[in-house]
Write a protein that binds this ligand. Structure first.
Ligand code: CTP
Length: 416
């Protein structure tokens, strides 16, 4: 990345995390096919190009015109379609794909695929492609539980086919159980995680802490803080979008793991530190977004504390400063810290940058309804020798992308 190019990266039009990726979406004949046009939309809104390939069974449930309208491409169906073959042969289509995703995948299609049958266009594509193949099974729960289906699925898994779901719940047939196709958003996220990622951070490992920690007072109570983890999760997603291998050490939060990100769940500051210590040697970039408790109860009670006294003193002791410890390591990664300040924001943040021996610090002002547990944020990034960049205002997702682009640029420049 050349100097200043992060501005192009962050200020230019952002076409989505699947930017330009080419997906062949196979649709087979199950009732869940009614959700597949929505899946096309979710993939397209993430920036993917989608070529729909329908089996004849699928056409009984949804018309090709529906898929053409949402994908912007004529649907392929027949192996023996000379006009379509002349435009792009099935072998070219198999080469074109970055991913073949079959959703819904019926029991019949899974059986065909496990036997390598190539009597349909979709079956042929699955055999002829070098791209990853993923299936999203959808069928009656008895059909899913049938040993024949189970054996086919086991064989497909063993051959490297990704099996996404199925989910559990009520089914179109009136029964309840395992066999529902995953929802389009979950499938689009899963598809994203399967795509090979390219970008300036491809081949680089980024370790991120996120969320709050919980420090135990007794078996039923703890001390924590208002961090939602949203910023850390958005930073993890942004790092992944730039091609990095991302490990997220997360305190207790109510958020989905960003696609393609490896997540390690922890609860206390000590557990977070242990997880970071185990992972940090392999990381080239460390980003501490977690709101780690600075103190924890010195002697957590082993039994529930009963309210038998009028007052209660809680003696606290310092926790380990994870960020500082990483920055002190002999072979330290590129280290980025966060600061949340209520006053003299940049003054305090610069002091923290020096004190903790960081490469970069991202600062936001908190209090007066700013910062915590919100979707939007305002961030300034500081580095040594007066370096300063405002990232402007925006949602945490947008700011995280801007921040990650800046981190990538400064980290890569520091290496060269
Ligand atoms: N941090 C950490 N481990 C801790 C405490 C903080 O890794 N035990 C990291 C946070 O993830 C964040 C940065 O350090 O990146 C915040 O610094 P911190 O000293 O916690 O900020 P304040 O608590 O605001 O510090 P002070 O009391 O000095 O204002």
């Amino acid at each position: 990345m050349t100097r200043g190019s992060w501005k192009t990266l962050i200020l230019g039009p952002y076409s989505g995390p699947m930017n330009g990726k080419r997906i062949v979406l196979g649709v087979t004949g199950g009732i869940a096919a009614y959700k597949s046009p929505d899946l096309v939309r979710r993939l397209v809104e993430r920036g993917a190009q989608v070529q729909v390939v329908m089996t004849s069974g699928a056409r009984e449930f949804v018309t090709p015109l529906t898929f053409q309208a949402v994908s912007g491409r004529e649907v392929r169906s027949e192996l023996w379609d000379s006009a379509a073959e002349a435009a792009m042969s099935h072998i070219e289509l198999a080469r074109w794909a970055d991913l073949v995703l079959v959703a819904p995948a019926t029991a019949d299609f899974l059986a065909q695929l496990s036997h390598g049958l190539a009597g349909s266009l979709l079956g042929t594509l699955c055999l002829a492609t070098a791209a990853p193949v993923a299936v999203a099974p959808a069928m009656n729960q008895q059909m899913w539980a049938n040993p024949a289906t189970a054996a086919n699925v086991a064989l497909l898994r063993a051959r490297g086919v990704q099996v996404l779901g199925p989910g559990v719940g009520s089914q179109a047939c009136g029964e309840t159980g395992e066999g529902r196709m995953l929802e389009p958003v979950a499938l689009a996220d899963a598809a994203m995680a399967l795509l090979p990622v390219q970008g300036p951070l491809a081949g680089h490992r980024v370790l991120i802490t996120a969320g709050p920690t919980r420090e135990r007072i007794d078996p039923v109570r703890f001390i924590s803080n208002r961090s939602s983890g949203k910023m850390g999760y958005a930073v993890a997603q942004a790092a992944r979008e730039l091609g990095a291998e991302v490990t997220l050490v997360s305190g207790p939060v109510n958020l989905c793991t960003p696609p393609g990100v490896r997540r390690i769940d922890v609860e206390t500051a000590q557990q977070m530190n242990d997880a970071v210590e185990a992972e940090v040697a392999a990381a080239q970039v460390f980003i501490a977004t977690a709101a780690v408790a600075d103190y924890r109860p010195s002697n957590p009670a082993s039994l529930k504390i009963k309210k038998v006294t009028d007052s209660l003193d809680l003696r606290m002791e310092r926790t380990v400063d994870i960020l500082h410890a990483v920055a002190q390591r002999a072979n330290r990664p590129y280290v980025v810290g966060f600061a949340a300040e209520t006053n003299d924001v940049e003054l305090h943040a610069r002091a923290k940058l020096e004190r903790k021996n960081l490469d970069l610090i991202a600062v936001n002002e908190v209090g007066d309804c700013k910062g915590f547990d919100r979707d939007d944020n305002q961030v300034v990034v500081l580095w040594h020798n007066g370096g300063r960049q405002e990232l402007g205002e925006g949602s945490k997702t947008v700011l995280a992308r801007r921040l990650m682009a800046l981190i990538a640029e400064r980290y890569l420049a520091a290496r060269s």
